[in-house]
Design a protein around this ligand. Structure first.
Ligand code: ADP
Ligand code: ADP
Length: 220
């Protein structure tokens, strides 16, 4: 498996310091939680890992290489970020077929992934009628299409109902058992309790703690 290495990332937006020496590692076979309040720098870090936004300094590597150097990125890295370009008039299944085609992923993966995210029948309906939870499931499906060694999910619990949260937790454990490297952000530690092997706690653009949730709870 490929790990993610985040090394001393720094990033400012005008006078706002978004990342102030962010460093941590995400190892294969583990669910790494990425937890901190809104504004702590989680999304900026994830965007840097995915090559969507260049940091001012530092590096983010996937299996030792920068994301932008991966030839078929979705086969290495699956990500849920909140800018999924869903077209309301297109079915969820066609959305995935379109991504598969653009990434040279075999079309047969689409139905397997729809089943994995619980959208086998809903995938045949137009995405315009999807709830936020269903859009999240579809985005996660897109992330898993290329059978990636690295899975990065930014706030996947957002908009999920209780059943969706339970499903999401099971999926995270399955992905880790499959020896993938899994990074999952949340602004609520409780969402990751019993699911994350360890949690990178961040605030003001840097790591405050990196430990299991049990160890973090025992410290207070
Ligand atoms: P989180 O994901 O933990 O909520 P972000 O990475 O989104 O945190 O934001 C970190 C800081 O950077 C915040 O102060 C946020 O307002 C700022 N920030 C993030 N993106 C931008 C942007 N595109 N322009 C200006 N400020 C930004
Ligand atoms: P383009 O072909 O225009 O460069 P992309 O290939 O970047 O577009 O994205 C195509 C679709 O895949 C978009 O819906 C986008 O949200 C989604 N996507 C982009 N990157 C990822 C990723 N790492 N994992 C899953 N889906 C992604």
């Amino acid at each position: 498996g490929a790990s993610i290495e985040v090394i001393e990332l720094r990033k400012r937006f005008g006078s706002t310091v978004a990342l102030d020496g962010m460093s941590f590692t995400v190892a294969p076979g583990k669910v790494t939680g990425f937890v901190g309040p809104n504004g702590a720098g989680k999304s900026t870090t994830i965007r840097a890992i995915l090559g969507l936004d260049a940091p001012d300094a530092g590096r983010a590597l996937i299996g030792g290489a920068a994301y932008r150097r991966l030839r078929h990125p979705l086969r290495h890295v699956g990500a849920l970020v909140d800018d999924a370009a869903l077209q309301p008039g297109r079915t969820g299944r066609n959305h995935l077929l379109w991504i598969a085609r653009s990434q040279k992923i075999e079309a047969g993966r689409v139905d397997a992934v729809l089943e994995q995210v619980g959208l086998t029948s809903a995938g045949r309906r137009k995405a315009g009628g999807y709830s936020l939870g269903m859009r999240q499931r579809l985005g996660i499906g897109a992330a898993l299409l290329g059978d990636p060694a690295v899975v990065i999910l930014d706030e996947p619990f957002n908009g999920m109902d209780p059943e969706g949260i339970i499903w999401m937790r099971g999926l995270l454990r399955t992905l880790a058992q499959e020896k993938r490297s899994v990074l999952v952000s949340s602004h609520l530690m409780g969402e990751l309790q019993g699911t994350a092997d360890h949690v990178v706690v961040v605030g003001r653009g840097r790591v405050l703690a990196d430990a299991s949730i049990d160890d973090l709870v025992a410290r207070v």
